[in-house]
Design a protein around this ligand. Structure first.
Ligand SMILES: Cc1cc2nc3c(=O)[nH]c(=O)nc-3n(C[C@H](O)[C@H](O)[C@H](O)COP(=O)(O)O)c2cc1C
Length: 204
């Protein structure tokens, strides 16, 4: 059977959501899926990027990541969205991308496809779950089947920095300079594995 194609579509300003995205890809690979990593077009003015060394550095190390086009979601067997929290919501860059997927919504490209969500926040109670749900709502409208993270993954009960049944999360500090903890990266890998596992079942 052909490996299911799982699109991991994320935005990351300081690089932490990118690290979570890479962990999700690792899980997809482990479950013998094909991980297709995409970021989305930025909306930050160059003046903002160029005036902040941390943003510039994060841009550099993501410079090889493909930029998603709405039609890229048409051939996926599963989709996983990742975003930094913005006021308890997904970021504008990801919202902007998803708002351009109207034709794919009309075509039903994501109907019955498994989907997952992950995010990063500055603080522990800074809106991780609401951010996850904001992405899940959009995917539900697309007809996707939301896949969470079950408590059989022991890290979910152990993490002190994120990790929810709605999807992997990481607290990265107010300056976004604390990388996601290993437990949270493990939960991110597990989501990648689980979406792939279910995509394989649905493809049969
Ligand atoms: C405009 C703005 C709004 C933010 N809102 C929140 C928030 O509601 N809760 C929170 O914990 N962090 C908030 N943050 C912090 C980001 O979520 C954090 O920097 C991000 O998760 C880091 O991910 P990244 O390294 O992938 O950019 C906000 C940051 C910005 C710039």
């Amino acid at each position: 059977m052909a490996r299911p194609k799982i699109g991991i579509i994320y935005y990351s300003m300081f690089g932490n959501t990118y690290k979570m995205a890479k962990a999700v890809c690792g899980g997809v690979d482990e479950a013998e899926g094909e991980a297709l990593l995409y970021t989305v077009p930025d909306l930050l003015p160059d003046s903002v990027v160029n005036s902040n060394e941390s943003i510039k550095k994060a841009k550099e190390f993501q410079s090889k990541v493909k930029i998603a086009k709405p039609e890229d979601i048409e051939s996926l067997d599963g989709i996983i969205l990742g975003s930094p929290t913005r006021f308890g919501n997904m970021c504008a860059q990801l919202r902007n991308f998803m708002d351009q997927t109207g034709s794919q919504w009309i075509k039903g490209s994501l109907i019955n496809k498994p989907a997952g969500v992950f995010c990063c926040t500055a603080s522990l109670h800074g809106g991780q779950e609401t951010t996850l749900i904001s992405m899940a709502f959009t995917l539900i409208h697309h007809g996707a089947i939301i896949i969470g993270v079950p408590y059989s993954i022991k890290e979910l009960a152990e993490t002190k920095t994120g990790g929810t049944p709605y999807g992997p999360t990481a607290v990265v500090g107010e300056n976004a300079d604390q990388s996601p903890a290993e437990t949270d990266l493990t939960i991110a890998r597990e989501l990648g594995k689980r979406v792939t596992f279910i995509a394989k079942k649905l493809k049969n």
